[in-house]
Write a protein that binds this ligand. Structure first.
Ligand code: ZN
Length: 447
């Protein structure tokens, strides 16, 4: 990746005008290969080694600090990581005086902090307002029905069946059990998903499987002729996340989806759901309530967890926030957005692995994923007609094929912002996501 020969070849190809037509595959290939080469060669070897060494130790310190909720144990490591990531940003370079741009670019190539802020700020303001209206509603879904007994074998079968129906190919992939759910592509024809089952928590494994299957469908939809080149690779973490969130939330938590799946669910889990009405179940899987832990958050409040991290990590990188002040500022900001104060740092600023692993600039891709998903879904509705009627009939192929055609097969041909514009005809906006959330939750909570 850093060989001088590669640099010479890139320069020669650029000089030959191989990319004269900016819309050609050659131009996209060169642009992305150049991007990766520049990022890789701008980092001095000593810095790469130091980041690797420090983040390995720092993750171990974080595990211990989180166990006992002692931020002071993690603080010296966080200071080191932030300082190294700042050096990384300096080495890579950035325009406009925003070092965070250089870090964000590793996960969301081409994205700029200012553009992300421009869509996150209105999203945050409108979410805070929506969450507080939901909090004020007298409707309280009965979520206890989701922690009744759901035998693990039945959960596995039911989850695999749903993943297959939405279009994940088990001829070219499989589902296994792991402590942390993930999706990993090992090349064309081999995509591995993992999940974890809890006999007394239905949504964890089920929606987790839909989520990972969404990632898997993207991997399986990449152009295998282009395997090994940027055109055969996913374009950004945010776009990857848009695919998982679309199947998990926009499809999997929709009324139409459960019109198809609730009957079979009642059969598979007759002890837990035999007597439960459709609406009761549908409300329970769409329960919204502010909570401390990001990975357990619902579809509405999830994004606020990201807004908080995005602001704080920018401030850390800019030097406006000292690592020692993180717990206090975390809790204050959390209280402003959620009207709750974390009881300890394990449920506050120590909950995520990302910063200890040097993954600064990663968090915004989760909320970008939710926004991209809603914007794509709106375009799919226009192109495919009544998606709800299709889902209720168990027809997921039209949506899956539309995603293959419009998103997956392009690989890195289009950067995320360009892809959104190309697919939806408009720049990224918070509005499609907000109108989805308002439409769904105003009805559910009778607002
Ligand atoms: Zn994901």
């Amino acid at each position: 990746a850093t060989s001088p020969r590669r640099g010479q070849l890139l320069t020669a190809l650029e000089g030959e005008g191989a990319a004269a037509d900016p819309s050609s595959d050659e131009a996209a290939l060169l642009r992305e290969a150049r991007h990766d080469y520049d990022r890789a060669t701008r980092l001095p070897r000593s810095l790469v080694e130091e980041i690797s060494r420090v983040t390995t130790l720092s993750q171990q310190a974080w595990v211990e600090a989180r166990k006992t909720s002692r931020f002071s144990q993690f603080l010296p490591w966080l200071e080191k990581v932030v300082s190294l990531k700042r050096q990384e940003a300096e080495a890579i370079g950035y325009d406009g005086g925003v070092p965070y741009d250089a870090l964000l670019d590793a996960y969301e190539p081409g994205a700029k902090t200012a553009d992300v802020s421009a869509v996150f700020t209105p999203l945050r303001n409108e979410l805070v307002e929506l969450v507080s209206r939901i909090q004020g509603s007298s409707v309280r879904p009965d979520i206890d029905i989701l922690t009744r007994r759901y035998p693990v074998d039945a959960q596995r079968e039911f989850s695999i069946d749903a993943a297959r129906q939405i279009g994940f190919s088990f001829d070219e992939g499989r589902l296994d059990i792991a402590a942390h759910p993930f999706c990993s592509g090992f090349g064309p024809g081999d995509c591995r998903l993992t999940t974890r089952f809890d006999e007394h928590h239905f949504p964890g494994a089920f929606f987790g499987t839909l989520h990972e299957a969404g990632h898997g469908i993207y991997e399986q939809g990449l152009d295998r002729e282009q395997y090994g080149t940027p055109l055969g690779d996913s374009t950004s973490l945010g776009i990857h996340e848009s695919q998982s969130r679309m199947w998990e939330n926009l499809v999997g938590r929709s009324r139409a989806f459960w019109q198809r799946f609730y009957g079979p669910a009642q059969q598979a889990f007759s002890e837990a759901l035999g007597e439960v009405e459709f609406d009761e179940f549908y409300s329970a899987v769409n329960d919204v309530r502010p909570s401390f832990i990001r990975v357990e958050a619902d579809e509405v409040t999830y994004n606020l967890h990201i807004m908080l991290r995005f602001e704080l990590e920018q401030a850390l990188v800019a030097g406006d926030l000292q690592p020692a002040d993180l717990p206090g500022v975390w809790n204050e900001t959390f209280a402003r957005y959620f009207d709750l104060t974390p009881p300890d740092d394990a449920q506050g600023c120590l909950q995520d692995i990302h910063w200890s692993a040097g993954l600064i600039g990663y968090f915004p891709t989760y909320a970008l994923g939710n926004m991209y998903a809603s914007q794509f879904f709106g375009a799919a509705r226009i192109a495919l007609g009544d998606l709800d009627a299709q889902f209720a009939e168990g027809e997921f192929q039209p949506l899956k094929q539309w995603l293959n055609e419009n998103i997956h097969r392009h690989g890195r041909r289009y950067r995320a912002a360009d892809l959104v514009k190309r697919v939806s005809g408009a720049d990224l906006s918070h509005q499609p996501l907000m109108s989805h959330l308002r439409g769904k939750f105003e009805e559910l909570y009778r607002l």
